[in-house]
Write a protein that binds this ligand. Structure first.
Ligand SMILES: C[S@@+](CC[C@H](N)C(=O)[O-])C[C@H]1O[C@@H](n2cnc3c(N)ncnc32)[C@H](O)[C@@H]1O
Length: 217
């Protein structure tokens, strides 16, 4: 753990305030039409949200952590993703941060159902996930620097299709830890989960297959 607030899924809020936007906003912007409206599920502090606003996208940011949402400068909704039903639809629903790799199949089904429920005609869901090959590359002590934050993996345990690890974040002499477990999904399992939600795989958005688009079936 460490100082400050943590989300229900164990993310240290202060760390997310320090992390730079990274490549995600550019990947999303490239994959969607100019000015496309975006529903961002699991927005955190707005690391990606704010960059998308700057790129000309109206964004509604959703998170179940009031602390994460506190400084978000977009329209925001404090809700569990699985319970969200806004009476409106969007050109793009963004399900980032590998949430689709949740260990719980019921949560994955609910995340995708929420995404499906909010897509406008002609719209799509953009998903950031851990592709199967990522699970083979994960090792203890892997990591790097993101802005001023040093990020390292510890206690990596592979158990069947599940991978558990602890992420250690360090910045300015402080450190935080976050334990997580994620599930490896082979493509047939991914396609089945999409189909159950009324979605179908459309295309990869990046050459490393870490982002893909899905559309209503
Ligand atoms: C790893 S953080 C990433 C935040 C942001 N997407 C980013 O890249 O900076 C995951 C975020 O999703 C939120 N989250 C996770 N599960 C959620 C759920 N079931 N409902 C709502 N928010 C959720 C957490 O509170 C956290 O803010």
């Amino acid at each position: 753990m460490g100082e400050g607030a943590f989300t229900a899924d164990g993310c240290p809020v202060e760390v997310y305030r320090l992390l730079p936007p990274g490549g995600e906003p550019g990947i999303v912007h490239e994959a969607v039409p100019e000015g496309a409206s975006i529903l961002e599920l699991g927005s955190g502090v707005g690391r990606v949200t704010h960059a998308l606003l700057d790129l000309g996208h109206p964004v509604v940011a959703v998170d179940d952590s009031p602390e994460m949402l506190a400084d978000v400068r977009a329209e925001k909704v404090c809700s569990k993703i699985e319970e969200l039903r806004l009476d409106r639809v969007f050109d793009v629903v963004l399900l980032g941060s590998h949430l689709v790799n949740t260990a719980a199949d019921t949560d994955r089904a609910a995340f995708l159902a929420t995404a499906r429920a909010h897509i406008a005609p002609g719209g799509r869901v953009l998903v950031e996930w851990h592709p199967p090959e990522w699970f083979e590359s994960v090792r203890d002590a892997q990591g790097g620097r993101l802005g001023e934050v040093d990020v390292r993996l510890e206690q990596v345990v592979h158990q069947g299709n599940l991978l558990s690890a602890v992420i250690r974040y360090s910045a300015g002499g402080r450190s935080w830890t976050q334990a997580f477990t994620c599930r490896r999904l082979e493509l047939p399992a991914l396609n089945a989960a999409l189909a159950d939600a009324g979605l179908v795989f459309e295309c990869w958005c990046t050459g490393d297959r870490t982002w893909f688009a899905a559309v209503p079936a």
